[in-house]
Write a protein that binds this ligand. Structure first.
Ligand code: HEM
Length: 151
């Protein structure tokens, strides 16, 4: 029997390892995305402030490990992904919306439509869990938070 599909009709409710994704694709996704981020007017300044010039290779390698662990279940990433997002002082929903928009555009350029939809769905779920944790951490009313979705 086929898996249940999410209410927006795109991807299985339980996300697995999509076909059509390999380490080379993940590398192109991550590098393409952070190229776009660095020249973006909303996100660029945050990353320019937080990631000093010499640390970009380290950040990109970490992000490849992260997405390899999420998408291919390689367990290469052993960090704590939420921590920096709780610490950043000035993140708003505009940042998360732009992040997801750029990420989705890069995923669609990099992968075929079906695997791209799964990659984007993972990013949406993680981004919204960061927003919820961040709001809770800051003592905000989490019960009025509406999810952000780009696809
Ligand atoms: C508002 C949008 C976001 C902003 C501005 C942002 C910014 C940042 C910054 C500044 C860092 C620290 C980089 C460094 O010091 O090396 C970071 C790390 C990271 N981000 Fe984000 N991020 C955002 C959303 C996301 C989302 C949606 C995901 C996952 C889907 C994500 C995954 C990660 C991971 C895995 C790390 C590495 C954490 C570690 O140090 O182990 N970020 N992010």
């Amino acid at each position: 029997m086929s898996q249940p599909i999410d209410p927006r009709g795109r991807v299985p409710v339980t996300l697995g390892t999509p076909e059509g994704i390999d380490e080379d694709g993940i590398r192109r996704l991550v590098h393409g995305f952070y190229d776009a981020v660095q020249s973006d007017e909303i996100l660029g300044p945050v990353f320019a402030r937080e990631v000093e010039d010499g640390r970009w290779p380290e950040h990109l390698a970490k992000m490849c490990d992260f997405w390899s662990s999420v998408l291919l279940k390689t367990r290469r990433y052993e960090g704590r992904p939420l921590a920096p997002h709780l610490r950043l002082p000035d993140l708003s929903d505009a940042h998360f919306e732009r992040w997801l928009t750029l990420f989705a555009a890069t995923a669609r350029r990099t992968f075929e439509p079906d695997p791209a939809a799964v990659v984007i769905a993972f990013a949406e779920r993680i981004a919204n869990s960061f927003r919820l944790s961040r709001a809770l951490h800051r003592g905000e009313d989490t019960t009025r938070l509406r999810p952000i979705a780009v696809a």
